[in-house]
Design a protein around this ligand. Sequence first.
Ligand code: LTN
Length: 328
Amino acid sequence: MERLLSGIKPTGELTLGNYIGSIRQFIEMQKNYESFIFVADLHAITVHNDPEILKERIKKLVALYLACGLDPKENTIFLQSENLYHTALSWVLECNSYIGELNRMTQFKDKSQGKNNESIGCGLYTYPVLMASDIIIYDADVVPTGIDQKQHVELARNIAERFNHKYGETFKIPKPVIPKVGEKIKDLQNPTKKMSKTEENPKGYILLLEEPEIARKKIMSAVTDSEAIVKYDEINKPGISNLMTIYSTLTNKSFAEIEKEFSGCNYGTFKTRVADVVVELLTNIQTKYNEIINSNLVDEVLNNGINKVLPIAEAKVKEVYKKIGLGR
Ligand code: LTN
């Protein structure tokens, strides 16, 4: 079985877009891969976080993924910061990376743009090297991640290849896997933009833990067009196409089936059905979430996870240290 690995950053609340694009993909893949999923808490501290809030977010994130259907029997779930080998390998990889290649990372360029070098954290810059370490320390075969992280996975491949070339076969070369619908869930008020919780207008996004009836109102007030035909057309009907994508992924119906189901119906009828399935999804997730957050499950899962991954990472770091001549 191939090994899958992915990290999720505890940066706040998750949206319906995260669920459809990323969480569901993990759940679909969990049966066919040996899956390692971790909370990338070390990646969260490239910017300042309130310690109490960070701690709470980490726990909530795990609880929410479990509530969404990530199965702890099928996945090894752990915290990045509990495995010190990630950072140990990261230093070695930094010594085998170039400023030139890190300068080309578009996320770093975006995040540091317009800022003075005196105020750009070094962690923001070396972030992709730590990410490479997360991946290659476990010889991961596939790394499902958003399109924005593809360049980082490619960097991981380059670093791994370079190391293998210099010191002999040590790391597997990972492949990025980008979800098909992930980027397609759009802002409900501005359906040409990706749904994001950082958007100013909260009517544009749906949070997995928000009151389901508020989510219903957001769907009902989603921006559409004046044609009054439920038809998939991303260019001319981005709002309706977005609602169709949501409905399609949550019901497993094709666009053709949806067009047929709502032929002759007005947008109000269509939106009501979309809202019904979203409300049902949120209600189910929230019921499970509340059970989990009030139990010991998160700790149990994370304990099992770290116990399983530590020896794997330790063996890899020892092999690396030996190959480069560290120690006695
Ligand atoms: N950078 C990623 C989170 C992340 C990750 C990883 C993803 C950290 N380490 C390793 C895949 C593999 C993000 O911002 N989503």
